[in-house]
Design a binder for this molecule. Structure first.
Ligand SMILES: [Zn+2]
Length: 200
């Protein structure tokens, strides 16, 4: 997934990714209103030409919460090199459209975009998949155990998602070095002494 030569992702892709990671990190702790706000913000960033308010839709029957949970599971799967599959949405039976998929020429941005289902939940995941495909050349997994967050690198060799993760790893390494460990030399001398002692 690395290609340091690719130009940086476009600003709107970076903004969309930041919003996704905000949903990933904090989504489950937010109230419904804030969840809906973030989901709509993401859709607005990814579809600047079409600012359709989708508030009412996401407020019904904890739809926002389900989206947040499905997104989190999907991103975890992707991080673990498993497929991030579109979640089944037919939990509440009302307003469930058959899923359709296709492409359309987006004249505003001079690109081809996915289209099909107008169900905002389907639309949300379609936009998520589009975005992740677009930013894939910069996508890394944080190498700090206990973090393993997806992030877009700034430098190709960047292996930690943030300065704070890099700092924590440096600190852990420093503390480990300070532990009084027997040196290889001392260890071999001790082994030698023990072997001699046993021979006697
Ligand atoms: Zn990290």
């Amino acid at each position: 997934m690395t290609s340091g030569k690719a130009p940086r992702p476009k600003t709107d892709a970076q903004m969309g990714f930041d919003l996704l990671m905000e949903l990933y990190d904090r989504g489950q702790t937010l109230d419904t209103k804030s969840q809906v706000e973030l989901v709509n913000k993401f859709l607005a960033v990814r579809e600047p030409g079409r600012q359709v308010p989708r508030w009412g839709f996401f407020l019904k029957a904890n739809r926002a919460e389900r989206i947040v949970n499905a997104l989190r599971e999907g991103l975890d799967d992707l991080r673990d090199r498993k497929p991030f599959i579109r979640p089944a949405l037919a939990i509440d039976i009302t307003n469930v459209e058959t899923f359709q998929d296709g492409i359309v020429w987006d004249q505003l941005h001079g690109r081809v975009a996915r289209t099909g289902s107008r169900d905002p939940r389907h639309l949300f995941f379609t936009r998520v998949f589009e975005l992740l495909t677009e930013v894939a050349p910069w996508l890394h997994v944080c190498q700090r155990e206990g973090c393993r967050r997806l992030f877009l690198f700034q430098r190709p060799k960047q292996i930690y998602c943030s300065d704070s993760c890099a700092q924590r790893v440096r600190m852990a390494r420093f503390l480990k070095q300070r532990e009084p460990a027997p040196s290889a030399h001392r260890q071999s001398r001790r082994d030698y002494a023990q072997r001699r002692a046993r021979k006697k």
